[in-house]
Design a protein around this ligand. Structure first.
Ligand SMILES: C[S@@+](CC[C@H](N)C(=O)[O-])C[C@H]1O[C@@H](n2cnc3c(N)ncnc32)[C@H](O)[C@@H]1O
Length: 460
């Protein structure tokens, strides 16, 4: 079925939103807000439909040339296999930022049932990334076999585990941009002598420290360490080459880490703080925007960030839950706070301890589940949470309320679960004081929200 439609806005993911003549909401792949054109309806469900843009009668003013050939979404394109990495590259950057902000506002209205005017009032402008391309400090490649059965390496296509082989990634920082081709060539050569059982390859590069780490994810077993280190080392100038032992699909259960060459970790600098990061540990992929998050968190809790470092939190007892390698814990401790950090991943716990020591920051690091450890932390002055996409676990907000911090900074990578948790905070006696979308992922629909809650008078 075909219809001619005017596209209204971006949806929460790749597609844009319009309405069919019947009034049904339709998600149109490859469209931009303001486009007018013919769409082919792909699927009709009870409450919505999906469609593909076939031709354009009027192109939206926010439509731009798409710089990356691997992810280009062409009008009328039959579902060609495309890299799923940068699905919003057809929109100009200002339109991406505006759509991300509107999507976060819409989550507050639809999921948290806020009045639209109140949601607009609390939401600050989106903080854009200075680098619209060339911002990712990490390239993560999946291994596959090509049509001839040869080892291949690339990015996943949108919503699938099909691998799209690419030579370069424009979203990656210079220094990692050409890593896909370099790694594919070197690993194909090594694979000639036997299957290395590699299922994932990570390359991290820092523009600030010049540190580059190659991480090969393999199943446990015999491995030609010296030959791999030599070949990869000549393919890409690396300061560290490691092998992470795990099973595909169970990457959280690390069975071991072997240093094949160099330092055995990657180093990055955020807001003047040096971080050592092991291959399995989480680290924010947009370093400059990680700095924005650090500033918003420290200032949101009443501290200061200046030319000469962090200040303003002397003696405050602050918990950092879901702390990673210490992106927030270390700056908060340097601002004078007495920090307790909780993190569940073993490699991140070790990194955090090392990062606190190396930066002269006094952080009490607890390895474990944030929800389980929180009730033992006692009464808090302030708290930071930065959970995974699932948001805060059942009962965590209630435990936070019992610890009674005056201010809570909540950094979220998923506005849907964040909006759900906003309701929980309000029910527990906290008011959402400020929220700001921060764009760590230009050219994608992903957005972080940095928010601050304040405890209401009259509570314990
Ligand atoms: C989004 S990352 C944030 C890390 C850190 N705040 C940063 O900015 O780099 C979430 C972190 O939470 C950790 N995590 C996941 N579930 C957890 C849990 N139940 N308890 C404690 N930490 C958890 C992950 O290992 C990861 O390091």
């Amino acid at each position: 079925m075909e219809e001619t439609l005017r596209i209204e806005r971006m949806g929460y993911e790749e597609a844009a939103v319009a309405h069919l003549a019947s009034g049904k909401t339709v998600f149109v792949e490859g469209a931009c807000p303001g486009d007018v054109g013919a769409v082919a309806v792909l699927e009709e469900k009870a409450s919505f439909a999906t469609a593909r843009l076939l031709s354009l009668d009027e192109a939206s003013p926010v439509r731009v040339d798409q710089p990356c050939p691997y992810g280009v979404c062409l009008v009328g394109d039959p579902a060609r296999l495309r890299c799923g990495g940068c699905p919003w590259q057809r929109l100009d950057y200002a339109a991406q930022l505006a759509a991300k902000r509107e999507n976060v506002v819409a989550r507050l209205v639809r999921s948290a049932h806020w009045d639209a005017a109140r949601a607009q009032a609390v939401m600050g402008e989106a903080v854009g990334s200075k680098r619209e391309w060339g911002y990712r400090n990490k390239v993560e490649l999946a291994a596959a076999k090509d049509a001839r059965g040869f080892f291949d390496l690339g990015f996943y296509a949108a919503n699938s585990h099909d691998v799209v082989a690419v030579d370069a990634c424009r979203a990656a920082v210079r220094g990692a941009e050409r890593a896909p081709r370099a790694m594919r060539g070197a690993l194909r050569y090594l694979q000639n002598s036997g299957d290395l059982d590699i299922f994932r390859v990570g390359v991290r590069h820092s523009l600030r420290t010049r540190s580059t780490e190659i991480a090969l994810w393999t199943r446990p077993g015999a491995f030609p360490r010296a030959a791999v280190a030599k070949t990869l080392g000549s393919a890409l100038k690396a300061t560290s080459i490691v092998r992470v032992l795990a099973e595909p699909g169970k990457e959280r259960k690390i069975k071991g880490l072997e240093v094949l060459a160099g330092a055995g970790h990657w180093e990055e600098e955020v807001a003047g703080v040096r971080f050592m990061v092991s291959a399995p540990s989480f680290f924010q992929v947009n370093t400059a925007q990680a700095e924005t998050l650090v500033r918003l968190v420290v200032e949101g809790l009443g501290g200061r960030v200046g030319e000469d470092g962090f200040a303003g939190l002397d003696g405050a007892y602050v918990a950092d839950l879901y702390a990673g390698c210490g992106t927030f814990s270390v700056p908060l401790a340097l601002a004078g706070a007495d920090v307790v950090a909780v993190e569940s991943a073993g490699s991140s716990v070790r990194d955090l301890r090392r990062n606190a020591d190396a930066n002269g920051a006094d952080v009490d690091v607890v390895g474990g589940d944030a929800g389980r450890e929180l009730p033992d932390l006692g009464r808090l002055d302030a708290l930071v949470v930065d959970p995974p996409r699932s948001g805060l676990g059942e009962g965590v907000v209630e435990s936070i309320a019992a610890a009674a911090p005056e201010r809570v900074a909540y950094v979220s990578c998923n506005p849907a679960t964040w909006a759900r948790d906003v309701v929980r905070f309000e029910d527990a006696g906290y008011r959402l004081d400020a929220a700001r979308p921060v764009d760590l992922f230009p050219q994608t629909y992903h957005v972080e929200v940095a928010s601050t809650f304040v405890r209401q008078e009259g509570r314990l």
